[in-house]
Design a protein around this ligand. Structure first.
Ligand SMILES: NC(=O)C1=CN([C@@H]2O[C@H](COP(=O)(O)OP(=O)(O)OC[C@H]3O[C@@H](n4cnc5c(N)ncnc54)[C@H](O)[C@@H]3O)[C@@H](O)[C@H]2O)C=CC1
Ligand SMILES: O=C(O)C1=N[C@H](C(=O)O)C[C@H](O)C1
Length: 249
């Protein structure tokens, strides 16, 4: 039975993970960390990692970028592996994850679903064939409570596609600011926010008289919760290092 510390335990994903864990016999939540400090379940809640003295096998984090640095310090100091699923991180924060993974096993991905992991591979294949000839645009749609834009997944898709293009592309987020035709070497990233949309991603390859669209829709947050729990169990007992969905599937 693996013992989990849940960072961001009182948020939408934290609540979903706590609920999914209750239906399993291979893991249990032993403590939560959340700035709100509210106790909503059978485990204690601490307002910061420093206050959490509960022994655990693994941490799962779906919280906020401001939680990252203290959480990584805590993971390294207590030698507790951690799954980091929070998005909206800066490039310095991603570098910090990479550095810290030399001291403790870390799992980091912007999307915990199997389908998006495959979408990334399919998008890379399409870009390797069509890149340079077709225009590439990414559209993501999420619920009206999401704070970061574009989504971590949209950026992950753009980064993966960039890696196979003949030339480094320019990411364009806002076509409103300038009056000019689309450049050949761009990836457009567009965010839609509304209602309770769980998470939708489309990669559009638009050529002369033909369009290829690859898309993924998450139908519930349970997809991400289950992915993160499986990632956490996978991480227990692993060597120090940085792991991602490619290692899990
Ligand atoms: N990688 C993936 O597959 C997925 C990632 N996410 C990401 O997970 C994060 C959380 O998403 P939601 O649960 O929807 O958000 P939410 O806003 O519902 O929950 C965030 C929770 O974190 C807490 N929090 C905020 N700052 C904190 C801090 N400094 N220390 C500790 N707790 C803090 C809040 O009080 C709140 O309870 C977002 O960045 C989101 O994009 C969400 C779904 C899937
Ligand atoms: O905030 C969310 O809800 C989600 N965030 C992730 C992202 O930013 O890509 C993953 C998922 O689409 C849901």
């Amino acid at each position: 039975m693996k013992r989990i510390v849940l960072s961001g335990c009182n948020g939408k994903m934290g609540r979903m993970i706590a609920s999914c864990v209750k239906g399993r016999d291979d893991c249990t939540v032993v403590a939560g960390i959340d700035v709100s400090g509210e106790v909503l379940d059978a485990f204690p809640v601490f307002t910061s990692p420093a206050g959490c003295q509960v022994e655990a096998d693994v941490i799962i984090d779906f919280s906020h970028p401001s939680a990252l640095a203290p959480l990584l310090d805590y993971a390294a100091a207590t030698r507790t592996p951690a799954v980091i699923a929070t998005t909206g991180l800066s490039s310095d924060q991603v570098a910090l994850i990479r550095e810290t993974s030399a001291r403790v096993p870390l799992f980091f991905t912007a999307n915990m679903s199997l389908g998006v992991n495959l979408l990334v591979e399919l998008a890379k294949k399409a870009a390797a064939v069509l890149g340079g000839q077709f225009d590439i645009e990414i559209i993501e749609k999420h619920h009206n409570q999401k704070i970061d834009a574009p989504s971590g997944t949209a950026l992950m898709l753009a980064d993966a596609i960039s890696g196979v293009l003949p030339e480094e592309p320019q990411y364009v987020y806002d076509r409103h600011a300038v009056r000019r035709k689309r450049g050949k070497n761009e990836i457009g990233l567009h965010a839609v926010r509304g209602g309770t949309i769980v998470g939708e991603h489309e990669v559009i390859f638009a050529g002369r008289d033909e369009v290829l669209t690859l898309s993924h829709s998450a139908m519930s947050k349970e997809v991400f919760a289950t992915g993160s729990i499986n990632a956490a169990l996978f991480l227990c007992g692993k060597e120090n290092g940085l792991y991602s969905m490619g290692d899990l599937v």
